[in-house]
Design a protein around this ligand. Sequence first.
Ligand SMILES: NC(=O)c1ccc[n+]([C@@H]2O[C@H](COP(=O)([O-])OP(=O)(O)OC[C@H]3O[C@@H](n4cnc5c(N)ncnc54)[C@H](O)[C@@H]3O)[C@@H](O)[C@H]2O)c1
Ligand SMILES: [Zn+2]
Ligand SMILES: [Zn+2]
Length: 367
Amino acid sequence: MQIKAAVTRAPHGPQSLESLELEEPRSDEILVRVVATGVCHTDIAMRDQAFPVPQPIVLGHEGAGFVEKIGSAVTRVAVGDSVVMSYNSCGVCESCVEHEATYCHDFFGRNFAGVRPDGSSALSKGGEKIHGNFFGQSSFANFALCHERNVVKVPEGAPLERLGPLACGIQTGAGAVINALKVGVGKSIAVFGTGSVGLSAIMAAHVVGATTIIGIDLNAQRLKLARELGATHTINAGSENVLEQIMLITDSGVHFALDTTANAKVIRQAVESLTLRGECGLVGASTAGTEISLDVLHLMTAGRKVRGIVEGDSVPEIFIPQLIQLHLQGRFPFDKMLRYYDFADINQAIADSESGATIKPVLRMTR
Ligand SMILES: NC(=O)c1ccc[n+]([C@@H]2O[C@H](COP(=O)([O-])OP(=O)(O)OC[C@H]3O[C@@H](n4cnc5c(N)ncnc54)[C@H](O)[C@@H]3O)[C@@H](O)[C@H]2O)c1
Ligand SMILES: [Zn+2]
Ligand SMILES: [Zn+2]
């Protein structure tokens, strides 16, 4: 079939809106009519080759829409179902078998390789191979092919237009707090960077009953929103001494810290802000080869921990419906971070995300 898609043809280049051919779904694939898709910083990082993702490629990995057609072996969804598309995984490696698919041994292959495991792509243009299968979907398009492993059925009638970002950025921040760090009632957390991932972490910390929630950023507007979404304190890293402020607020430091900036200096600060037995999670995506330096005694003598977290340790088919439920009850108002753009304005949406003018762009497809 013919589809309309945004093609990345060069690092740092614009998205080029083109008509492409999309193959019929194979037996284990699902054709989704995309209603809307979020733009994540990872799309931009991959456009610019943070990982060696092949180009030309259709990016996009926060798609939401309706199932249009299913392959003969698909059982999890039916035609007409409302779905979001999340990260993909193999289903058979040690991590997948132990229900830790965010650490799938073939995570790169299933999400960043730009092709199916057999090397083929479902996308082409007049004989030219266009890479696809980005995060098992390539949702910067009006139709996308996904898989049984990464399709998530959402309640009929749920507000699909706003649900796509749950599939990556939002489940990453919220899941880091709820699933990975397991922040509990009465605990303290410092969230470094209050973009869509950090603000999702702040909303989640509020939901689970953390009583000291500190948002840190350079952007005063975002800090204002952080307070509206549950931060009990905010610190402007551009004008205040972050560590001094955290120690004033908490006495000995925070139980949990979460870095979403991927900045090595900020990560060190996040670890230094921990109280004894505190734990720091890293979710910001740096370029390959970035190193951090930490004080070994500071870490060792107090049993502090530092760990990486992918996609908030989320099992999407369990966690995303939970976040939707919280949202519909008014307890997880992530829509306050969203700004909608027509798909045709994708380059503006990306520019606004890069400049910081928009926290989470969502692209709407027109039929
Ligand atoms: N680990 C994962 O599974 C996963 C999933 C999704 C996104 N990510 C990554 O998470 C990161 C955050 O994503 P986002 O969409 O929230 O990005 P974002 O750019 O909107 O947010 C980052 C925030 O950090 C702030 N910041 C930058 N430097 C700072 C400093 N020195 N001190 C304090 N704040 C500072 C920025 O002002 C910005 O608000 C990105 O690197 C993205 O690629 C990771
Ligand atoms: Zn796997
Ligand atoms: Zn993402």
